[in-house]
Write a protein that binds this ligand. Sequence first.
Ligand SMILES: Cc1ncc(C[n+]2csc(CCOP(=O)(O)OP(=O)(O)O)c2C)c(N)n1
Length: 381
Amino acid sequence: MLNQQAKVLISGQQNIQLQVQEYSRLVTHFDIQYHQMIDYQGNPVVSPLPAIATDRDQLIQLYQAMLKTRLFDKKAISLQRRGQLGTYASSLGQEAIGVAIGSIMKDEDVLFPAYREYAAQFLRGVKMSEILLYWGGNEQGMNFQGPQRDFPICVPIASQAPHAVGVAYAMQLRGEKRVAVCVLGDGATSKGDFYEAINAAGTWDLPVVFIINNNRLAISLPQNKQTRAQTLAQKAIAAGIAGEQVDGNDVLALYIRIEQAIDNARRGAGPTVIEALTYRLCDHTTADDASRYRSEKELQENWLYEPIKRFNLYLTQMGYWSDKDEEKLITQCKGEVESAVDEYLHTPDQASESMFDYLYATLPSSMEQQRDAVMGKETLK
Ligand SMILES: Cc1ncc(C[n+]2csc(CCOP(=O)(O)OP(=O)(O)O)c2C)c(N)n1
């Protein structure tokens, strides 16, 4: 559509008036969709519901995985408080995202997690004791005995995004029907790594899905202080790929949308960015005190929307779940968590010098000296 406007330009020096035509037309526009299936009181907001919403066994598996992660989380924090764990990054309130991811990915896919994706990792076969070992300072915890192709926990913010793109590129070159799934925080989407990764993913049409755990905070920094973008999903548009928002506390909506994105990637229909809107109900890590930068009121308000309670209400309304089931499940999960703790606490510590083992193929001489000092063979000059 043409939109012509007459504009008058005045030349200050010669005071000559010129009539020019300015020509403008709409080049493009975009929409960002928000997806939700059940509200915070457990009521469906769409009709008809997809098949999974009435598949009792599958729904209960999703619920169990969320609850297990929450109980694990609670235990990990208490271990840290007792000095039995170095530090820990909780996933409290964000369990639905990982559960949906882990339930949909196939074994042959590759997960690139940040540091709160335990729910996904457990479903992929990572042991709870391995996560405890990692946060206890034993790097063998990242040598997963289960999903050996998955990447380890990534603490350097957003650096897993280009890694995921590289792996997706290799999958594409080999003609494999596999998908790389990269999970990162809202803060990570402000990093160059993220922009570069989505740009490359779009350019090469790679089989990769980026899932943003938008828990509204990057440590103490709220979203509106790190970007003027109205949504994080729209960043995908600049890279020429699909972007959408999902209620990150609604495990069913997450399941359906992530399933679609992974399917698209697998059949060569391109990458997707999914912004999962949730809330970090915990401190950033055990080294943080969130009460210094967010109000108790905001925190309490957000407890209303958390994913487990809402899904419990849905299951109960559907007649799939009872208090007795809940009690039984809690006992079972606590038992699993306790045996993981037992395994962790009975794992021998790594020798201090092992920190020099895997960084270099050949240890530089300066490091050799440090290694000897750690082993007590020499004192450092
Ligand atoms: C490259 C890099 N810069 C800075 C840090 C310090 N840091 C640790 S967590 C964090 C905030 C990350 O926020 P977000 O991506 O939203 O993830 P969240 O912790 O909220 O899950 C920062 C800046 C880091 N780990 N890596």
